[in-house]
Design a protein around this ligand. Structure first.
Ligand code: NAD
Length: 312
């Protein structure tokens, strides 16, 4: 299958490497020039479960995509803030036969995607795989994960299952999920608490959990996510979401981890995905007539912090 990975960062390189190794024809498109250059000149260098590997995988700068590049499956792995520019860049190579898989964290990417191709061609989901970019063309890949994906248009279930099979053949442990929106909201509500509070408080997850005053905030944020989800006929158990959040506090497991939003903004002064987490709940809340004061405030605080840190 001709697979193009749009966004060759940490996750793009993980999926690209694993799919390439299972015999798929993988191409990277990226907007980070030093990364494209390193991929071209040195190959994709990975510490892959402790082993040093180098794979040669074709990479193009998003401003120089060959017009004859055919894409059967387009896997998006930009950050949310880079999504629209990437779709614009690759739009000339999208045909009616192209399928698109979006595994970005957050809610509402379909609204951007549907400007570029029919939602019949679109599959969305979540992944529990992780990856860390160590520099241009270099990634650290450890541990295990999974992918859950679903068709935006339910009539496309069979195609979604074929895509899941291609990913599973590559070891990506993918499953077709008919209730994919539930999984997306479940993950987003966790991220909407831990990513944003760790970033605002400049703390790791164990430290956030150790502050008694964060518990009330977390209840209120989760209530807002669940109220908006319910308007879309997505019904989640608050206790289950809270249990997932509390399980992040254990310093023996994940507690000492600083979530990706913290690393993006505080460490690297990069723009965050807040508009697709708490910001998406604020926007949807306005449309549905649901007050979302906690998500509103959190979104504004993160945007203020982006401005103060001159994030790009
Ligand atoms: P990433 O930041 O590693 O890469 C995203 C894009 O940013 C790529 O195009 C990359 O080349 C570019 N980029 C990276 N560093 C840059 C720099 N210094 N200057 C300019 N451009 C740079 O993002 P990611 O971690 O791969 O995440 C992609 C999506 O997957 C996001 O929606 C994220 O929330 C989600 N996700 C990530 C993980 C993870 O463990 N990394 C896990 C699950 C979901």
């Amino acid at each position: 299958m001709k697979i193009t990975i749009a966004g060759a960062g940490a996750m793009g390189m993980r999926f690209g490497l694993m799919l390439h190794r299972s015999g798929e024809e993988v191409t990277f498109i990226d907007g980070y020039k030093a990364n494209v250059l390193a991929l071209e000149e040195k190959g994709l260098q990975a510490n892959y479960n402790g082993e040093e590997v180098i794979d040669q995988i074709k990479a193009y700068d998003m401003t120089a995509i060959p017009t004859d590049l055919t894409i059967d499956l387009l896997i998006l792995f930009t950050k949310s803030t880079q999504l629209e520019d990437m779709l614009q860049a690759v739009s000339g190579n999208i045909s009616k036969n192209t399928k698109l898989l979006c595994l970005l964290n957050g809610i509402g990417h379909e609204k951007v995607i549907e400007k570029y191709l029919s939602l019949e061609q679109v599959f969305i989901g979540t992944t529990m795989w992780t990856a860390g970019m160590e520099g241009p063309g270099r990634v650290k890949l450890f541990g295990k994960g999974s992918v859950h994906l679903g068709a935006v248009d339910k009539s496309q279930e069979a195609v979604g299952k074929e895509i899941a099979a291609v990913l599973t053949k590559a070891g990506l442990n993918a499953h077709y999920a008919s209730h994919i929106k539930e999984m997306i909201y479940r993950k987003a509500s966790l991220n909407g608490c831990m990513n944003s509070l760790c970033t605002i408080l400049e703390a790791n997850m164990a430290e956030v959990g150790a502050c008694p005053s964060t518990e009330n905030m977390i209840h209120s944020i989760v209530d807002e996510f669940l109220a908006v989800a319910a308007k879309e006929d997505v019904h989640l158990e608050k206790e289950e979401i809270l249990a997932n959040i509390h399980s992040c506090y254990d310093p023996q497991t994940n507690g000492k981890h600083y979530p990706s939003m913290y690393q993006d903004l505080i460490k690297n002064h990069r723009l965050t995905e807040i508009d697709y987490l708490n910001g998406a709940i604020s926007e949807k809340g306005k449309a549905y007539g649901i007050p979302t004061p906690y998500c509103d405030l959190i979104t504004n605080l993160i945007h203020a912090k982006e401005k103060l840190l001159e994030a790009k």
